[in-house]
Design a protein around this ligand. Structure first.
Ligand code: BYC
Length: 332
């Protein structure tokens, strides 16, 4: 188990450490596959990259509550409602761990929220697609949580300690989410023809957007090389996309659905499935705000923020009261 780079050169030295020494210490930490912790010196670019990725990840979890959350009041049974409720709550929890991880880097949570609400920070493209039927709930669990697992299991070994540790718990929960989605779809596939058609229709709509979740192809990914050198990311976007396809094809066969890609076939030589190219111009359009549900998702997030103002005010008033009481006790 790699240990933290616990002592930076500045910890005990009388003279302030020089930047080249700090940089060399950081480089050694990364090269030895140890963890960088909040108290350690880190290059400004590393800090900025982490805040960017962790904040986007947190925003994705929070916005990601909406597509499935829309089905909580319409779930077809009490059991399905309870399951869905718990899953959506887990996503809120993931957002909170991630905002906390970003705070260890000096980011201010209110500022991150403002950036999301004002459209200055991104969230995952996948949550800008609609959920017109209950099969979408199952397919989100199977594909979207499945893709999240492929992407996030390697992040459990990310070089930044708080992010890596947050991912361990998130991945355990995502794995449970994926299985609940698959179980829901299996139930629907053993139901009526109308239910089977509903599942196939949802698979057709979510397949390509799910492949796009992994980001642009490696040649067009401006951040990958540096993030991999810093061991924030462990695998490239295309490597993870391939892993997801290889993992999902046998599951689709077992379920009895067809993945909507005529180019999908096993390549014996590569030991992987060949597959078609997602429409990356669609990904770019959705990222820039022009997806089917971008406006709706942002409007809902803004309203939720405004409606939550009283909670923030009450928490601040309580904290102020607490601080006054502690001050009085100290003075007594
Ligand atoms: N959507 O250089 P690249 C979940 C942006 S939530 C939007 O390859 P990078 C769940 C990218 O940010 C899971 N934007 O970037 C929740 C960059 O823009 P900036 C969400 C995207 O960072 C509820 C630009 O395009 N997962 O599981 O090296 C229910 C160039 O890309 C997307 C995470 O957040 C996209 N799909 O790699 C169910 C995982 N793709 O910042 C499930 C953590 C790319 O330069 N994040 N962009 O302006 C990552 O692993 C990486 O940030 C990415 C992108 C692979 C997403």
């Amino acid at each position: 188990m790699p240990s933290s780079a616990s002592s930076s050169p500045g910890d005990t030295a009388a003279a302030p450490p020089r930047e080249p020494d700090l940089q060399a210490h950081f480089d050694r930490t990364i090269a030895r596959d140890q963890r960088v912790e909040p108290r350690d010196w880190m290059p400004e670019g590393y800090r900025r990259t982490l805040i960017r990725q962790i904040a986007q990840h947190a925003h994705s979890e929070i916005i990601g509550m909406q597509p499935e959350g829309a089905w909580i009041t319409r779930a077809p049974s009490l059991r399905r409602k309870a399951i869905l409720f718990a899953k959506v709550q887990d996503e809120a929890g993931h957002g909170l761990y991630l905002y906390s991880a970003a705070e260890t880097l000096g980011a201010d949570r209110d500022d991150l929220t403002d950036r999301l609400i004002e459209g200055r920070q991104k969230y995952s493209s996948i949550f800008n697609y609609p959920t017109p039927t209950f099969a979408d709930v199952g397919v989100i669990g199977w594909f979207v949580d499945g893709a999240a697992i492929c992407n996030q299991v390697p992040l459990c070994r990310s070089s930044y300690g708080p992010y890596a540790r947050a991912m361990v718990r998130v991945c355990k929960e995502e794995s449970f989410h994926q299985r609940q989605g698959y179980e829901l779809l299996r139930t629907m596939m053993t139901g009526t023809q109308a239910q089977r058609d509903m599942v196939q229709d949802a698979v057709d709509r979510w397949w390509w957007p799910s492949l796009m979740m992994f980001g642009p192809p490696d040649d067009d990914s401006p951040n990958s090389a540096q993030s991999m050198a810093w061991r924030i990311k462990r695998h490239s976007n295309d490597e993870l996309r391939q892993k997801f396809v290889d993992m999902t094809v046998p599951q689709a066969e077992k379920l009895g659905v067809t993945l909507p890609d005529p180019e999908l076939k096993w390549n014996e030589e590569r030991g992987h499935h060949d597959f078609g190219t997602p429409d990356f111009s669609e990904l770019m359009r959705v990222i820039k705000g022009d997806g089917p549900c971008n406006a709706e998702r942002m409007a809902r997030r803004r309203t939720a923020h405004e409606e939550g103002a009283w909670v923030r005010e009450a928490a601040a008033a309580h904290a102020a009261k607490q601080a006054r009481r502690e001050e009085k006790e100290r003075a007594a």
